[in-house]
Each structure stands twice: as C-alpha cells, then as structure tokens.
Ligand binder design. Structure first.
Ligand code: PMP
Length: 285
C-alpha cells in the first residue's frame, strides 16, 4: 500500500507527495528533521524528538508553522492514516520555496512533511555477533561551522563518511572531530566500556545529542553503572573492553572490531548485551 504522506495538514499518496523545486530544503539543505520510531503504535520519546526538532529549527532561525502539540497530533495521525504499528517516522521542516539565492527572507511557506513508513532493520547477526566499523578521514562538522547538535537537512558530512565506510565494507563509520577526538558515527552515537565504567563523548565534542543515547545513559545509571561523558580518543576505542552504538533505528548495536582491531575479546560484551536488552524492553513497554 502506498504511504500516505502528510504535507502541511493534508495526506497525499506517496506518488503525489511533492514540494517545489524552489524549496530551499532541496536547493540548499535549508531545513531540519527528526527520525522517530513507533513500537506497537506508540512513538518512542515523542516529546523529546519534538523538542529537539524545535531546538534545531530555532538554531537556524526557522519558525515551524504549528505548535508542538499540533506536531505531536500530526505524527500520531500519520501512524493512524497508514495503519502502521512499528514504523520509522521522518519529520521534515523545510525553509519553503524561494528564489535561486540563499536569502531565507525570500522564501515563504515552510513545508512540514511527515512520512510514516515501515522500518528497515539491521540483520539479527549484527546484534548477535557485533559490527565491524572503521574510523574515516572525514572530520565531523566543526561546531562553530555547522553544529552537529542541529539535525539539519544538510547531511553531506555524514554521507561522505558513510561512503568512505561503505567502500571499506562497513555499514557504519566513526568520525573524529577537528581535534582528533572521537565524535560519533554517521547516524549513531558511540559508547565504550572501560573497567566496568560506561563512557561516551560529551555533547561539547560536537555530536548530535541522541535520544537513544540519553535513554541508554538513564538505563545504565538506574542499573547502578557509572557513566562518564568526556572527550575520548582513538586509543580509548582500541583499548576498550566493549563498544556499542546507539540510534533510533539501530537501538543498541554491539561493535566488535574497529579499524580491523578486535574490541575486547571480539564478541559483544556483557554490559552491551545487558543494555541492549534493557533498551529493547524500555522501547516496547
Ligand atoms: N548521530 C547522528 C549524526 C544521527 O543522525 C543520529 C540519528 N538521529 C544519532 C546520532 C542517534 O540519535 P537518536 O538516538 O536520536 O536517533
């Protein structure tokens, strides 16, 4: 069945869901988005995603032409309209159609688009045996250039890293920041375990503050695990006992090899497996 796509209050068959070729979202990546997930018809951390969308929009001086409550309603309506329980939901707000020139003041009508579709999951073997990733040469955006905290439509930084990873046979790729500190993967945050302590790069390193990341930190703290957030280097990754990634689509996925080096004993570690199960349960209850 074709996906029913929400655009500015109306649902369209996916083939008829269109925006202008003059939209600055297309011309310049001028806009913001969120990737959400529903489990059994309920959106996981809907308010957190909506708040992050509003923060991203605010950071680029884009006014979303509806309230947060209306957005929540529109997202839930999209699920109902598509009769979909377990879905991946993409919410996009573009700057709207303008002229061929950067000036956002020459645009009108920001477009609010919601696509609730089925989700493509990583294969089970990634969760059972873990992923192999590489560190790529593409440096994560400098926070003073385009802050990675903004989930903007301009994802070329991540796409270039993804291409480099794919060409090396890896579905995820680790990016460092301009100082050589570990930042994040192309669409996932990274965690390490060292001597029973869970460590993840702090937000000021220049990363997206992942909603799955926040949930995993909370789960770990509740389980009595010490969690630290501070800058990390490749050395810390190579010498970690365990490593895993978090993201809306991936949830918690173990990493067992980085730059062809085994992490720990080359198998998903006990804390990773425990937090993976805890997150799995949290998202589904
Ligand atoms: N980092 C980047 C660059 C991402 O695109 C994503 C996916 N939104 C994440 C981290 C993970 O964030 P979340 O847990 O909110 O999906």
């Amino acid at each position: 069945m074709p996906v029913q796509v929400y655009i500015n209050g109306t649902f369209y068959d996916q083939a008829d869901a269109k925006v202008s070729v003059f939209d600055h979202g297309l011309l310049y990546g001028d806009g913001v988005f969120e990737g959400l997930r529903s489990y059994g018809g309920k959106v996981f951390r809907l308010d957190e995603h909506i708040n992050r969308l509003w923060d991203s929009a605010r950071a680029i001086l884009l006014e979303i032409p509806m309230s947060r409550e209306e957005m929540a309603q529109a997202i839930n309506d999209s699920l109902a309209k598509n009769s979909i329980q377990d879905s991946y939901i993409r919410t996009i707000v573009t700057r709207g159609a303008g002229i061929l020139g950067l000036d956002p003041n020459k645009t009108s009508d920001p477009q609010v688009i919601i696509i609730a579709d089925s989700i493509t999951l990583y294969p089970d073997e990634f969760y059972e045996h873990g992923l192999e990733i590489i560190t790529v040469s593409v440096v994560r955006n400098h926070p003073e250039a385009l802050n990675p905290r903004i989930k903007s439509l301009n994802y070329l930084n991540n796409i270039l890293a993804k291409i480099e990873g794919l060409r090396a046979g890896c579905v995820e790729a680790l990016m460092l920041n301009h100082k050589g500190e570990v930042a994040e993967c192309t669409c996932d945050n990274i965690f390490l375990v060292h001597d029973g302590v869970l460590i993840t790069p702090s937000v000021d390193v220049g990363i997206l503050e992942g909603i799955t990341r926040d949930a995993v930190i909370e789960l770990a703290q509740k389980a009595g695990i010490e969690v630290r957030q501070h800058p990390l280097f490749k050395h810390d990754v190579y010498t970690a006992d365990e490593c895993f990634l978090t993201g809306t689509a991936a949830e918690v996925v173990p990493v067992v090899k980085v730059d062809s080096r085994k992490i720990g004993d080359g198998k998903p570690g006990p804390m990773t497996r425990d937090l993976k199960d805890r997150f799995h349960l949290l998202a589904r209850t």
